[in-house]
Design a protein around this ligand. Sequence first.
Ligand code: ZN
Length: 195
Amino acid sequence: MNRYYEEKLPAGYSETLVIDANDKKQRMLLQVAAIITVAALINVFFFIYALPRLDEIAADFKIVKCICFIIAYPLYVVLHELTHGLVYKVLTRKKLAFGFKPPSAFCGVPDIYTYRFTSLLSLFAPLTVYSALFVFMFFIINEPFSRAMILLLFALHLSGCSGDLYGIGLFLFRFKSPATLRRDFGPKQVYCTKD
Ligand SMILES: [Zn+2]
């Protein structure tokens, strides 16, 4: 048995749950979750950070900083998916599938079934790496407007991780067995358990 994945679904396993972003209803639920998350976070950051220092933020405003933000967001989306892919690649060496189905991007490893450990590591990777990066940037950059832009990116990042958080939740609360296998097509994931 390979520690990280199986080439084929082993005997005794069956497909227990299918999450499919191609499905209209599921995609809508995910989008609603993402919108609620980003709106809530922007509110929290606005009241905690921006409101007490609106004058400083306005004084630090520069159009070039807005342009940096506009470039940074799609760049972040690409890096987020590459980070999922990096974990899959290092642990499985298999072909990856990348794609973009507005408003979400995805990365999967469609030809194999990955064990819970591999799936969780791939799900957690961008969430932890970019959360740490944005928090780090917030503390090293001292310009008020730039900091507000970083908080906005951080909010978009956490909201963009809604699907990943859902997957993490499924593994933490429903599929607790390390023997759980998941096939990740990218927009669609199939969770398989031993009978
Ligand atoms: Zn992700």
